[in-house]
Each structure stands twice: as C-alpha cells, then as structure tokens.
Design a protein around this ligand. Structure first.
Ligand code: GDP
Ligand code: MG
Length: 298
C-alpha cells in the first residue's frame, strides 16, 4: 500500500510521443500591399528560429516580386531532435484599389477552407491516424508605420478576422519611426483596437491562471511589436547578421535594441506556439465545427 506508482513518468511519455509526431505550426501574413509581408516571411525562416535555418554567406536573393496569390511555404526545422514543420502563408496585399470592398473575403475563405478540410478528415469513417493540420494558428496583421492611427480598412479587416483566427498585429517597417513615434503609435493602436472591440492574441479572457496573466499582460503592454524585416545577411565582426543597410548604418533585425522582431519570434516559436495551437483548436476551430455541423442538421 502506498507504493510508487510511477505517475511522474507521464510527462516523459508525452514528451516522447510528441517528439515522434513532430510539431506543425502555421502562420499567415496579412496586410496592405508593400508593407513587407513577403520580406518578413523570409526573415522568419532565415532568423535564428533554428541555427540550421540561418543562412551564413552573403546573400544574393533577387528582389521579392509582388505577391499575387495566396501561397504557402513550408520548412522542416530540426533542433535537438525536435522536428517542427513551420509553414508560412503569404497573401497578396490589398489596398491597391480605390474600392477595397470585400478584400478580406479570400483571406477568410482560405482560413475556413483549412477548417473545412480538417473537419472533413475528422468526421470521416476511415480517418487518418494523423490528420494533416493546415489550419492557420496565427495571423500576423501588418500595420503601416504611419504614426497616426489605424485605417478604417484595418479596423474592418481585423474585426472580421478576430472571429475566426488568432490575430497578432504588428507594425512593420519600424525603422521608419523614431523611438517616440513608435511608443505613441503603439498606445494609439491598442486604444483603437480596444474601443472597436477587436480581440487580438493573447486574449485576456483566456488567461488561465495568475502566471498566464503576468506573462500575457506583459506581452499585451508591448504590442503591437514594431518589427523590421530583411532577408539580407551581412558580416558584422565575422558574424552573419540579418539586417538592412542604410546610409547611416545597419539595422539589425534580431537586435532587441533595434526592433522587436526578436520579441515576436520568441512569442511565436519559443513561448506561445502550443497555446496558439490550443486556442485555434478549442476556440476558432470549435466555433467553425459547431456552426458547420449545426447547419448540416437542418
Ligand atoms: P509585401 O507587399 O507586403 O509583401 O511587401 P514586400 O515584402 O514585397 O516589401 C515591399 C518593399 O518594402 C520592398 O522594397 C522591401 O525591401 C521593403 N521592406 C520590407 N521590409 C522592410 C522593413 O522592415 N523596413 C523597410 N524600410 N523596408 C522594408
Ligand atoms: Mg508580398
């Protein structure tokens, strides 16, 4: 009686299973055209998401062409025997036209199609042991570095998106803002999102305990992250550095004193990946599933 049962090995068992399966994580970039979405997709893969993925030699990548269709790029990243399949979905920018009516439709359709596919697999009689997950776990919404306020289109777009996906708003091309401008702009955006009832990730009402609350409040106070993107690598004191070279110096993408790309990467990859997946599954996908199946009953 009262002998060792071995419950403490459960964690290790779960870890081993998870390692074998590997992880799938899907990010989507959305925003007006020319804001640096395609560049950031490349930045994410070249930055030290993993050491392996970091390019070493001086880069001669051609200039990124204008994105004309929704397109996903996936890479398998392996580190310390953990396998991550990171997929980033690039989307054509909007805002080029005088009439931007319904420009969110293709994006929302894409998100729902992935839910639809997953649901189809899940309810099929002979379902796969492992259902490939293409659901969008995180949508990076690009805000133009105007320093003024959000555009009506941003508010409209995000208030539709937040019903079906985790939104992480970011200020792109942050190298065009001064330190003061950045701070005021961030505060302004937070207030505007708040007053329009737009819920961005991490959502306050989903904090599960005090620990979550402390970590997430800290994140929420810093958001939206002001980031700089680049796919060019420069040698700085013999080390490869992702950056943007200007007449007045090099802006280092991963240097926390220069911009908040590292904060964004840390949240997406190092601290909140599993939570982004959980919220997608239990809130957004669940809502889609419930509504779809209810609709079929009638
Ligand atoms: P997209 O239309 O949103 O996909 O934008 P692109 O990635 O094609 O970039 C549009 C232009 O902005 C290109 O000339 C990029 O080199 C430039 N760009 C991208 N990221 C940044 C950034 O962080 N800072 C600055 N200053 N320019 C950027
Ligand atoms: Mg593009």
């Amino acid at each position: 009686v009262g002998g060792y049962v071995g419950i403490d090995t459960i964690q290790e068992q779960i870890r081993r299973k998870a390692l074998k399966k590997g992880f799938e994580f899907n990010i989507m970039v959305v925003g007006a055209s020319g804001l640096g979405k395609s560049t950031l997709v490349n930045t994410l893969f070249k930055a030290k998401v993993s050491r392996r993925s970091c390019a070493t030699e001086e880069d001669k990548t051609p200039i990124i062409p204008k994105t004309v269709q929704i397109k996903s790029v996936g890479h398998v990243i392996e580190e310390k025997s953990v396998r991550l399949k990171l997929t980033v979905t690039d989307t054509p920018g909007f805002g080029d036209h005088i009439n931007n009516e319904n420009c969110w439709l293709p994006i929302i359709e894409y998100i729902n199609e992935q839910y639809e596919k997953y649901l189809g697999e899940e309810i099929s009689v002979n379902r796969k042991r492992h259902i490939p997950d293409t659901r969008v776990h995180c949508c990076l919404y690009f805000i133009a570095p105007t320093g003024h306020s959000l555009k009506p289109l941003d508010l409209e777009f995000m208030s539709r998106l937040d019903k079906c996906v985790n939104i992480v708003p970011i200020i792109s091309k942050a190298d065009t803002l001064t330190v003061e401008e950045r701070q005021t702009f961030k505060k302004k955006i937070r207030d505007e999102l708040d007053s329009h009832g737009i819920s961005t990730y991490p959502m306050k009402h989903l904090d599960e305990d005090d620990e979550d609350m402390v970590v997430n409040t800290n994140l929420r106070d810093k958001m939206p992250f002001a980031v700089v993107g680049s796919d060019k690598v420069y040698q700085v004191s013999g080390k490869p550095i992702l950056g943007r070279r200007t007449n007045w110096g090099l802006i280092e993408v991963e240097n926390r004193a220069h911009c908040e790309f590292a904060n964004l990467r840390d949240m997406l990859i190092r601290s909140h990946m599993q939570d982004l997946k959980d919220v997608t599954e239990s809130i957004h996908y669940e809502k889609f599933r419930r509504e779809t199946l209810k609709g079929r009953e009638k």
